[in-house]
Design a protein around this ligand. Structure first.
Ligand code: SF4
Length: 209
């Protein structure tokens, strides 16, 4: 990325836009809801099972004027999901304030590994063992979504659940490639520990993005 563009990206005036698409939110509390997804490039959390590794290198995704992203998104839906990559790699203040100015509901999917910026109607916190969330985001998360790759993740889930606020909804979601193995374990765990709910990547079952 050229230096002048880099500065605009660091201020959130441009963002490395990987893709944007209108679809159905498949996961978590808002599953089944039509939403416009804005996928921002850049992530160095390094989950080995990540299903969007193409997002990691921000330089591969065109720096796009934030106001153009907003104008385009507003044409499609009143619910906008900002995802990545890790969107909090960048300053989300301008993006979210402009989406809010258009009266849209603005959601984020984040690992919480970086400083929370932006104004959000819904924060889905999906913490990762490799890079712990900032303390600040636990008090603000609306849902906690733990990806279950193996049994150790139940322990991690409980460690994370202690940290979130009382209103935060707790989800266990099987990592896609391990779903056949882990779904029975998750079902059993949730029946024994009903503060948790099951989340599935229903968009993948529906064959939509
Ligand atoms: S935080 Fe998300 S985008 Fe980043 S490596 Fe992990 S799963 Fe992939």
């Amino acid at each position: 990325m050229k230096q002048d563009v880099q500065q605009l990206v660091e201020r959130g005036e441009f963002l490395p836009l990987m893709e944007e698409f209108y679809t159905i939110q498949g996961e978590g509390y808002h599953k089944g809801t039509a939403a416009y997804f804005i996928r921002i490039g850049g992530c160095d959390v390094g989950c080995h099972w990540c299903d969007v590794k193409e997002s990691w290198n921000a330089d591969l995704h065109p720096a796009t004027e934030t106001l153009k992203i907003v104008d385009n998104a507003a044409k499609y839906s009143d619910t906008i999901v900002v995802t990545g990559g890790e969107p909090l790699t960048w300053d989300m203040t301008l993006l979210t304030s402009q989406l809010k100015a258009k009266g849209l509901n603005v959601h984020i999917e984040t690992s919480g590994a970086y400083k929370l910026t932006g104004i959000w109607d819904w924060i889905c916190l999906s913490p990762k063992k490799m890079k712990a969330p900032t303390e600040e985001i636990y008090s603000k998360a609306d849902e906690l979504k733990i990806i279950v790759y193996n049994r150790d993740d139940f322990k991690f889930a409980e460690e994370q659940a202690i940290k979130v606020n009382d209103k935060c909804i707790l989800y266990l979601q099987p990592e896609w490639s391990k779903r056949d193995k882990m779904i029975p374990e998750i079902v059993d765990y949730v029946m024994k520990n009903p503060k948790w709910k099951v989340s599935l990547q229903t968009h993948k079952y529906l064959n939509i993005p």
